[in-house]
Structures are given as C-alpha cells and as structure tokens.
Design a protein around this ligand. Structure first.
Ligand code: CP3
Length: 344
C-alpha cells in the first residue's frame, strides 16, 4: 500500500534497502542550518515560529544527507507555551515559572484548538508536504508526557529531575493531575499534526529511562498508553523512543507503538529477540561514532545491519540526537553506508 521504504519498515514490511534518518537531523552540525538560523538575528524560537525558514531547515538534511524521512522542525516544548508557560532557550530550554503546586497545575490551559494555539506548526507541515511532493514522508513529533513534565516541573534541564520525582513520590494526585493535562494536550497536538499532513509520529521519551522499571510501569506507561490509544492512527505509524529503555523492553512494548526507538546501550539483535517479530525497531548507532574515521563508521553500520539480520521492520538511526560538532561529511557517509550495505 505504502511505497516509501521508511513507512514500509514501520509496518514491518520488507524493503529493498534499509531506510535511515537521524534524530535531530536539522541542526547546528549543518552550516546551512546555522546560516538560516542567523537570518534576521532572531532566536531559536523565532525560527520555530517562522514557517518558511523552519520548512527550509527541515528540507536541508533530505538534500544534504539523502535521508529517507524528514521530521517537522520544531521542539518538544513549543506546545507547552500555550498551556501558559513562558519558554526560552539559552540555549537549553528554560521555563521561568515552573509547575510546583496544585494552583500551578490548575492554571495550566489545555487548548481546545491546537492548530490555532501553535498555528506555525500546521503551516510548516503543509509547506513541507508540498515541498516533498512524494519524495520523502514527513514525521511529526512530540515529547512523551513524562519528558515534558520533567521540564515543566524542573523549569530547565537536569541530571536527575529531582523536583519532578519529589512530586511524583510524595504527592501522586498532584503528579497525576499534571500528567493528565499534559497527556491530553499532547493527544490534541499530535492529532492536529496528523490532520495537517504528518505521515508518521515520533514520541520522544528522552528521560523515560531515569526511572526503575516498576516505576516506569506505574508513573510513565499508563499515560503513554493513553496518549497512543487516543491518536488517530489509521495508516499513521507511531514510533516511541525511550532513551535508556533497553532494560525494560517488555514494558516499553506495552505502550502500543508500532515502532520502538532504541539507544546504543542495547544490542539491537538481542532487543529484537526480546520484542519478537510483531514490532519494528529504529536505532541505534552511538552518536559519537560519527566522530570516528570513515572506515570505522562503515564497520559500525555493518555491525548494526548484521545484528538486525534479515528481519523486516528495521529503520536505521542514531541511538540519540546527532551532536552539534559532528562533521557533516561523516553523517553523509553514514547514510551512504546504510544504503549501500543493505541494498538487496
Ligand atoms: O530532529 C529534528 O531535526 C527536528 C527538530 C528537533 C529539535 N528538538 C530542534 C532543536 C527535535 C525533534 C527536538 C526534540 C527535543 N527537544 C528533545 C527530544 C530529543 C532529544 O534530543 O532528546 C528534547 C529533550 C528537546 C529539548 C531541547 N531543545 C533541548 C534540551 C535543547 C538544548 C540542547 C540542544 O540540543 O541545543 C533544545 C534546543 C534545540 N531544539 C535546538 C534544535 C535545532 C538547538 C537550538 C539552536 O539552534 O540554538
């Protein structure tokens, strides 16, 4: 039914060549990104809210890397702004009024109409669908509820997100009220992306791996399930990436996603043995391997292709986002190796 290798692989169908894209493929490692980012002298958020420039940086890695899928250019935290939280990037994200009390949670708005609340997002998606016109499929994305809550409660990045974990362990009703609101916002936000033309959805749970498996099961999984269950998924594959989720794949699989993203702390072949044939996987090259010489990158690509073996339902990716100081030619080389070495 679908003709793109990326979408076929999401559905577990066989392909003539393994599809590949890179998490954070539009970004600062590309001089072309930095040039567009510098235009007008605005901030990163200004770029996210300018549909013409945002679409341009989303297209760049398709032209430069020859990636098999494009991803919407935005950030997981942009839809939190219309919930009533002031967002800045310095360059890491900062909320000046973090959520700590029940009054804070009560004050959070769950916009009825996400297309109106973040109107630049459907505008970018529509531009990209027109620009790609059948060349590559477009992935929409959002943060998983837990990862979004990490930033909302902490107010910024953190090693351990102690403020959120304190709320979670000491005041579960408050944590639950926050998570219900974030999950409902997320559901509306991702469905709006599907309505606007996104052809797959990736949910980033960057911090999902900071909890023990039994805590993941109690404090994260129910909300992710609720979210994925509530998506208008007909024909739209859902990819769920939990950084650090390799030790609890049985639980992560219960999310109901069509594809699981893996980081590099698991052996891809062993992960597939645990997960079984009815779910696709995406991953999982250590992003720092892109600092290695070209022949080393090629060997690592071959190793991961070998770990996957002949199993259908495989999308090559990094195990986390590409780093800003990676030489672009090494990323180009990686994509070329995946295509050449997996060619049937
Ligand atoms: O993948 C893509 O090319 C699409 C764009 C995209 C961005 N952020 C743009 C961005 C995506 C998919 C994200 C997701 C995101 N954002 C995540 C989940 C994935 C992950 O990496 O774990 C998280 C946790 C964030 C939050 C965030 N945004 C952080 C922690 C930072 C600062 C650190 C950093 O990487 O700069 C950002 C800023 C950000 N988001 C930039 C870009 C291109 C850099 C901004 C700049 O140009 O200065």
């Amino acid at each position: 039914m679908t003709e793109y290798n990326f979408l076929k692989a999401c559905w577990g169908q066989s392909v003539d060549q393994v599809p590949v894209w890179l998490m954070r493929q539009a970004g600062r490692y590309l001089p072309q990104y930095k040039a567009v980012r510098a235009q007008g002298g605005g901030t990163f958020l200004d770029l996210c809210k300018d549909p013409a420039r945002a679409a341009e940086v989303s297209i760049q890695p398709i032209d430069i890397l020859n990636a098999d899928a494009a991803i919407l250019f935005s950030d997981i935290l942009t839809p939190i702004e219309p919930m009533g939280m002031k967002l800045d990037f310095v360059p890491g994200p900062v909320f000046e009024n973090p959520v700590r009390t029940s009054a804070d949670v009560d004050a959070l708005v769950v916009p009825e109409d996400m297309a109106a609340a973040v109107s630049y997002v459907p505008a970018i998606i529509k531009r990209l669908r027109l620009a790609f016109a059948g060349r590559v499929p477009l992935i929409g994305f959002g943060g998983a509820p837990f990862t979004l809550a990490c930033y909302m409660v902490e107010g910024k990045g953190s090693k351990d997100f102690a403020s959120l974990k304190q709320m979670m362990y000491s005041d579960f009703p408050l944590y639950d009220a926050l998570m219900q609101k974030v999950t409902e916002m997320d559901r509306r936000y991702l469905n709006m992306q599907i309505d606007s033309g996104a052809q797959a959805i990736q949910i980033f749970d960057t911090w999902g791996g900071i909890l023990a498996p039994h805590d993941y099961e109690r404090y994260i999984l129910p909300y992710v399930k609720l979210l994925i269950d509530g998506l208008n998924r007909d024909g739209i594959p859902v990819i769920y990436f939990v950084k650090g989720g390799g030790g609890m794949l049985d639980l992560v699989k219960q999310s109901g996603a069509d594809v699981l993203g893996l980081d590099w702390h698991v052996n891809l072949g062993k992960a597939r043995d645990i997960l079984g044939p009815d779910i696709a996987v995406q991953g999982n090259l250590d992003p720092t391997v892109l600092y290695a010489p070209k022949d080393y990158i090629e060997k690592e690509v071959q190793r991961i292709l070998d770990e996957n073996g002949d199993r259908p339902g495989f999308i090559f990716n990094l195990g986390h986002g590409i780093l800003p100081t990676v030489p672009p030619e090494n990323a180009i080389h990686m994509v070329e190796c995946v295509h050449r070495l997996s060619q049937k």
